[in-house]
Unconditional design. Structure first.
Length: 120
């Protein structure tokens, strides 16, 4: 069965960041999925408050997590948000955030679907 949460470069990420340990990767991914909901709300709030420093910090964390999960395209989108916030370009950050937030919501939905499937 294909892994709906795996990024394009999941196996490479497991080798690079987790020394080939899929259980360690899975534990990290579980923690990230829990944190993503919190981060999404925090970026939404920070954008509304024009808090560029918080947007930058959270986008940086998301970038790192996405890259470690093998979702390098999403990591690149988070980098764009991080750089836009660092440069005070919150409109650009907000535009990129809409794209990234939709992708993150898809990851969370896929995870919820897999969790429901494993408990049935």
């Amino acid at each position: 069965m294909p892994d709906a949460l795996s990024g394009v470069e999941t196996e490479a990420a497991i080798a690079r960041y987790f020394r080939g340990s899929r259980p360690l990767f899975e534990a990290f991914r579980t923690g990230c999925l829990s944190q993503f909901s919190v981060d999404m709300q925090a970026i939404d709030k920070s954008l509304q408050q024009a808090d560029a420093a918080t947007v930058r910090r959270i986008a940086h964390n998301i970038k790192s997590a996405m890259n470690m999960l093998g979702h390098t395209a999403l990591g690149a989108e988070a980098l764009d948000i991080e750089l836009a916030a660092q440069q005070g370009q919150l409109d650009r950050a907000a535009n990129s955030w809409r794209t990234l937030a939709a992708a993150m919501q898809s990851l969370l939905s896929a995870a919820a679907g897999l969790d429901r499937g494993s408990t049935q």
